[in-house]
Design a protein around this ligand. Structure first.
Ligand SMILES: [Zn+2]
Length: 285
């Protein structure tokens, strides 16, 4: 693939119009809440504010991540897309208090430690902690914090073992959702971009069981989510293992070439077939 071929698979990736509108609305929210909003208001490609709530900076970081994945040809590995819903992580509607630590949350630290101790050759993980402002029939329905991770180099059973040992499951119907990423570039980049998204999101559902549609937050909803997420730096929702992010550029620290793939693990095998098929189940927030 040419560099930045991922963009052909993500035609709606954080458009200029969306980013400009979100930058204005979020900096207005910060001003209302008494924060210094000017660095984000004036953030540009030339002078970055590096704020975790800044749509322009988060777009840049997402693009850096996707550029890196493509340049390192990591899309050719086998991956699982993992959603983890955690006990006690649902913030009630109207509650605007800070959630607390984000990617340095003790559960996430424990999960990464567990994975390291499992000593899986070629293990690579990227993803994020995020939340979403849910409404059902236009009534606020809570803001579940959760994790999305892309994992290569671990089987479904190994992933399940690590998660169950370290993270108490929520009472959702599917607290742990593990999907095999189909071996197409389109599926890989779509799910990779889903694993680290913009910070301030709203999902509007007609009924609880609906998939729902993403919508812009109104001003009050936006301030409530800013309160929950807290003002934080631009890397503070990122979860990485085997990959480093040095204030913008990503690089691989796992050695994916030296250890031979284990015979019983398909995880490191490159996808010989580039079949096009649908993802069996779409991730849900
Ligand atoms: Zn910024």
């Amino acid at each position: 693939m040419r560099p930045s071929a991922w963009r052909t698979h993500l035609p709606n990736f954080d458009s200029d119009g969306l980013v400009e509108k979100e930058q204005l609305n979020t900096s207005n929210g910060l001003r209302w809440l008494g924060y210094d909003h000017l660095p984000m208001r004036n953030c540009s490609e030339a002078v970055r504010c590096r704020g975790g709530l800044c749509p322009r900076c988060i777009r840049q970081l997402r693009a850096n991540l996707l550029d890196f994945l493509e340049a390192e040809r990591l899309h050719l590995l086998s991956w699982h897309f993992v959603t983890i819903r955690v006990a006690g992580w649902k913030v009630e509607p109207g509650d605007d208090r800070p959630f607390g630590p984000l990617s340095d949350h003790p559960y996430i630290y424990n999960l990464k430690t567990k994975f390291r101790r499992m000593n899986l050759p070629g293990l690579v993980i990227f993803g994020s902690i995020e939340t979403v402002y849910n409404t059902v029939a236009n009534v606020p329905a809570g803001k579940p914090f959760h994790l999305h991770l892309m994992i290569s180099g671990a089987s479904e059973v190994e992933i399940e073992t690590a998660v169950k040992a370290t993270i108490p499951p929520s009472d959702d119907i599917v607290p742990l959702d593990i999907i095999s990423v189909p071996p197409t570039d389109a599926d890989f980049f779509e799910l990779a971009s889903y694993a680290f998204k913009q910070s301030l999101l709203k999902r509007s559902k007609i009924q609880e069981a609906d998939r729902g549609a993403m919508q812009p937050l109104n001003a009050a909803e936006r301030r409530e989510l800013i309160g929950n997420l807290g003002v934080h730096g631009w890397q503070q929702r990122l979860i990485l293992l085997g990959i480093r992010c040095d204030n913008g550029p990503f690089r691989l620290i796992a050695n994916l070439s030296t250890p031979p793939p284990r015979a019983n693990s398909p995880s490191l095998r490159k996808s010989a077939l580039r079949r096009s098929r649908r993802v069996p189940g779409r991730p849900r927030s």
